[in-house]
Design a protein around this ligand. Sequence first.
Ligand code: SAJ
Length: 445
Amino acid sequence: MSRKLPYSRVSVVGLGYIGLPTAAVLAAHGIDVIGVDISKEAVNAINAGRIHIVEPGLAALVQRAVGAGLLRAAEKPEAAEVFVIAVPTPFLQDTAGATPTPDLNYIRAAAESIAPVLKPGDLVILESTSPVGTTEQMSQWLQSARGDLVFPQRDTNSPVDIHIAHCPERVLPGRVLEELVENDRIVGGLSAACSDAAVAFYRRFVRGNCIVTDARTAELTKLTENAFRDTNIAFANEMALICNHLNIDVWELIRLANRHPRVDILNPGPGVGGHCIAVDPWFIVSSAPEQAQLIKQARTVNDTRPTYIVEQVQRVVHSLKNPVIACLGLAFKPDIDDLRESPAMQITLQLAKTLCCELLAVEPNIHCLPRTLVELAVEFADLDSALARADVVVILVDHKEFLQLNTTHFSHKSVIDTRGLLPRLDNGERGEPQRGSRGLLTDTV
Ligand code: SAJ
């Protein structure tokens, strides 16, 4: 007689860039999944087998899962054995200059929405990136909503009705489906039994290791990973500033320094975008403001980068008569459609507001421009026509379409290359950035 596998019915709360791929991967492993989202449009799209975000391979996976009857979306939670919470944790900045603080309202709303359908034996996993202490806080919110059930509290191993763990998502947009399965998982239960329950769940679809710790350490681990990357990008961006001041090619400098066996400098760019690396370090700063000096300074270096790029473009434009400017890329990184917290968007917006010239925007991953740009008379252009018309080209994202160009496409134009794309074209490098390949045009930043 076949034995039912543990956790065969899972609810994923929040069907965004993490929740939807997670739901689809679970369904692909034969698990019955109910996805929950407050957006009616997202729910309707998913139930029709379509997706509302761009992620390689996801459309086909969702279509198959919905077709097989293993994935269904709803606006309200239903009973399940596991609840995976994958809702946003943005930050709030009350006044300019103040340290941003985490906004836990989405987590609270998600917890309160699942509370009525919880039953003894269920497992609740918080995957949203969270400041230290959030998982305990979530357990308290659940306890307040369901006085009839026993939820775990910090540092106690007494029997509970519901198991709770924090298992931060750590997947890279653009490689989500692969990383969801292959990456190691940090599993931080509120007790040893909570961790065991969460490990049993992840083992159903994760090929990487499941490494157990407590919830607070799991929370800080995720924040640390993103703060580490932010600080390293800030170092590269600061080197770009120093090189510009000393008239040295930063790409060549980094390529040379990286030949040292213990040096691995990241790439400078137009700033750090997305809703993770530009946000999560603030969760550390707000919880330990006196101690987190370097992390805070790195945030400032990266946050000031878009303004610096705008100033570079303005300098070039002011020496020309009625130039046409083309901004290549609006997304926060290559080959995705995500414009949230994108420095490329921020730069294009600032240019549109401050320059009185024709401004073209090229973004191969979207179908139309965001309204904010349309209202400022920015024109949505395809790559060929933008390159044919532009006098000034601002390279903001190294999308695969731009890597297919060659340097002759840019001849007789002023180019502000924030991604070190031109040297890669000249060397015939179409893939990942070769850190620090030599810059060619004098107008590049
Ligand atoms: N960037 C640079 N220079 C670089 C690398 C990146 O300027 O050398 C910029 C990118 O252009 C982008 C930003 O940084 O604007 C962030 O991009 P990313 O690719 O570094 O990271 P994310 O935000 O897409 O995903 C990160 C990942 N974290 C780490 O690599 C430590 C991912 O594993 C996390 O799951 C994700 O944050 C998240 O959800 O927290």
